[in-house]
Write a protein that binds this ligand. Sequence first.
Ligand code: FRU
Length: 516
Amino acid sequence: MKQFSKLFFLLYVPLWLSCNAGKDKKEPETEDQTAVRLTTLEKYRPVYHFTPQENWINDPNGLVQFKGKYHLFYQYNPFGIQWGHMRWGHATSEDLIHWEHHPVALFEEQTEMIFSGSAVADLENTSGFCTGNEGCLVAIYTSHFPDEVQYQSLAFSNDEGITWTKFEGNPVLDIGMKDFRDPKVFWYDPGKKWVMVVSVPLEFKVQFYESANLKDWELTGEFGNQGNVSKIWECPDLIRLPVENAVEEKWVLIISSGSRYGDYTGMQYFTGNFDGEKFIPDERSDEPEWLDYGKDFYAAVTYNNLPDGINPVLVGWINNWRYANSIPTDPWRGMMSIPRELSLKRQGGKYRLIQKPVVSFYEYMVTKEKFEFSDHVIKENDLLLKDLSAGSFLLRVEFENRDADEFGIDVLKDENYKTRIGFRVSDHSLFVDREKSGAVDFHAAFASIETAPLSLQDQRLKLDILVDQSVVEVFASDGLRVITDQVFPISFQEGLQLYAIGGSAAVVSLEMYKLR
Ligand code: FRU
């Protein structure tokens, strides 16, 4: 991959170059200066997370597997690194890790922007759009007319998603509302029909519709006004999930809306059942279940038409609307999460969402340079990891607390900056502290500490920590809690250090997979 060699070069870019990054220049740049500026800023580009080659992206759209390829469409502005002119960009992958970029799939036209939505593999040609006999792709998206209306439209592709034709009978679902968007359509096998879950954002609710042909839709139910209603509801998805160690299956409704951190965007989920027409929650609750306890995971939706035997796979946009337009990357802005395989676990009388990086991610990592340590008591100024500097890696670690108040690991570290991933015993919380992670002052709301409630198991804590230049995704206790945060190291900050405060803690095992 081209990005690897670039990364190698970037690691050795001198410190002073980074310090000049992003500063306004009065004189026109020389070619050398431009190269330096782009190179230093490109250091934020992740290696194994999806980013567009350039320009702005937000929500993942139209996630569908078709003929062995995983399609990733996404909200895209081809004109710059700010939100605007929305249309669907496109990439494909065979393993959900390595992506091939394709031309824009669905275009903005006159006053119509293409907002978020989904894509299905219409294998039986229920829509009548498919020309061959192997089915075709149909996209169901929101047509956005600023300050006027949002309605749902269709487009179809008979060349595996490369070119698209908008349906001449659009819209297929218009209820005359200014805010009505983000249709997720999936095949509901028990009823042999298509089901759409779509959001009425300002009413904090979603609606369910059914259709035999993707063109004619009928309302079957609604759900809303519970959980978190501090922000509008967007990008719903309704997912059938297996329950770990049980034969049971449950339904989960996920919503992008408010956050547990006040005036930020975030994601919540509800567990329950779907009877083909409406969603029935396990309980009515105003205490939301948060999907990710970081600040940077939003608008996530799952893949349609996955091969048999694979659990639903979720992809989210790594950013937060609060500061999304200000993050210091260039010439692109925005990335996607590692695709996450979902399931449920029954715990304390509730069904909890479990999220794990997809298996192909681990398969990819095992081919990397591996370091292993075990049975190490963490010392003050611990030096165990002193030779392992890295900016993109996977760290699988199990801690055992003895009598510490707090313990964990600092990553992306130098003498001045670090991102701390720790566990605080007093309030049983896992946290990511990015207050001193590097560049934080591009927006007043960025510097922060994110926490997730979590209990130690027999004094032990298992973490899978994914670090990739400007993102940290922490999966704790086999996917029970996740914290996803962006960070923007200022300088050559690739150190790692274990720490324990107020007593002792040990590392039972530690495996690190390092990319070079
Ligand atoms: C969520 C969202 C969607 C909308 C899209 C527009 O991030 O606001 O509701 O379709 O972004 O880009």
